[in-house]
Design a binder for this molecule. Structure first.
Ligand SMILES: *Cc1c(COP(=O)(O)O)cnc(C)c1O
Length: 409
């Protein structure tokens, strides 16, 4: 009997009949590798030679002085290959695909970051690669589409429905049903049907394992609070899981408050009452949906946090009171980002900046004896178009206008 992956009342695997065998096979393979120390060593080896692991923790001395509060440390997932924690998941699944002797990977992507990470993994391991992306997202994310294609992936713009992420997910499942024998679906976050929430969290757990060791070695004690942003929940699960058993460490997940709760333009699923429990995309969790169960539109300045569902494991941890959830608005996020760049010379991704924003809000009320850890899930260089707009840099606008004129001439 295969465990169907429930976390309290959340999770499960709501699958079309035709996919059940494929999922059973995946669960079997995953259970094998989970109990195989050789697999984890191979994983760590690949991550160290290809993706700069272990990523360091950085003491943010200037930010610490600025707030005159707790010592602030940053876990540097931005230093991974392709610039974010997503590498941990795709490389892990890539090694699993090798074990399963499959030759092709598919993935869905919204903002394009997961598509780039998957295409990179496919290039490295020699797999064929198809990426499904809503047509609207293809238009919005040209630089990522450019890289996916350069990496040898086929990018298929999805013209169904509202032509965004959820439509891409549907198409990816449709492809999988047709090509199960050769193909593995590399899901991008700790969501979806079992075993994906557990499997993605397992590969991301390398963040928390390292961070716990590093902070103990550096400070001789554990942090009082740990902050991570929450899109689907994979970077948060990754860092939090290292500390689940340390009851004195408070875990804080930060969602996209967008333009504020009242505006309805946000992606707040766990830190307010706006979302409700439902089943969609093959699993049960909190979704932003209307009374008829139709998925609502979401908004965030950070494309990677803009998702209607959330990891069923995090929904359960919320109910159990083990993780506290908060939201940061677009405006707070841009402010925190600018401050971090100027004070520390590191550029967090807009997604990661949500964790920074909440930490900065709480730091002034904390004691100088305390210490906190922020997970910098990715680097912000990729966000240059959005950030330059948000800070209204006039020289950037001039640059873009001149470029456009040159193309049109
Ligand atoms: C994709 C992404 C996220 C959101 O995904 P999670 O699964 O919630 O971690 C966060 N930060 C960065 C930099 C990302 O690229």
């Amino acid at each position: 009997m295969i465990d169907r992956g429930y976390y309290g009342g959340f999770g499960g695997a709501f699958l079309p009949e035709i996919l059940v065998t494929t999922f059973d096979e995946l669960v079997d393979y995953f259970n094998d590798v989970k109990n195989d120390p050789v697999f984890w060593r191979e994983y760590e080896e690949v991550m160290s030679s290809y993706s700069c692991r272990p990523t360091p923790i950085t003491y943010a001395e200037n930010l610490t002085n600025h707030f005159n509060g707790p010592k602030i440390y940053i876990k540097r997932e931005d230093l991974n290959h392709t610039g974010a924690h997503k590498a941990n998941n795709v490389m892990g699944q890539g090694l699993l695909v090798k074990r399963m002797k499959k030759s092709r990977v598919i993935a869905e992507t919204g903002a394009g970051q997961h598509g780039v990470a998957t295409a990179t993994m496919a290039a490295k391991f020699g797999f064929d690669c198809t990426i499904y992306m809503g047509e609207v997202d293809v238009e919005r994310q040209r630089p990522n589409v450019f890289w996916m294609e350069q990496l040898g992936a086929e990018v298929i713009p999805v013209k169904e429905g509202t032509r965004i992420l959820k439509d891409a997910i549907n198409e990816a499942f449709r492809d999988w049903v047709t090509n199960m024998d050769t193909t593995h679906y590399v899901l991008g976050t700790a969501c979806g049907p079992h075993p994906f929430p557990e499997m993605v969290s397992y590969f991301q757990s390398i963040i928390g394992k390292e961070a716990r060791e590093q902070i103990l070695k550096t400070e001789g004690k554990l942090p009082k609070r740990i902050y991570a942003c929450v899109g689907g929940g994979s970077n948060a699960m990754g860092i939090f899981s290292g500390f689940f058993n340390d009851r004195d460490v408070e875990l804080v997940g930060v969602e996209a408050g967008g333009k504020g709760l009242d505006s309805k333009m946000h992606a707040v699923r766990l830190s307010s009452e706006d979302a409700s429990v439902g089943v969609a995309q093959g699993y049960k969790t909190f979704f932003l949906q209307n009374k008829d169960g139709q998925m609502r539109e979401t908004h965030s300045v950070a494309a990677g946090l803009d998702y209607v569902g959330v990891s069923p494991i995090l929904s359960d941890l919320k109910e159990k009171g083990r993780v506290r959830f908060e939201a940061a608005t677009d405006r707070e996020v841009i402010e925190a980002l600018s401050l971090t760049i100027k004070k520390e010379g590191v550029i967090p991704a807009l997604e990661s900046s949500h964790a920074f924003a909440r930490a900065f809000k709480e730091a002034p009320q904390m004691s100088k004896q305390d210490m906190i850890l922020i997970n910098q899930s990715g680097r912000g260089d990729k966000d240059i178009f959005t950030i330059a707009d948000a800070v209204s840099d006039p020289k950037w606008k001039e640059f873009i206008t001149k470029k456009a004129e040159k193309y049109n001439a």
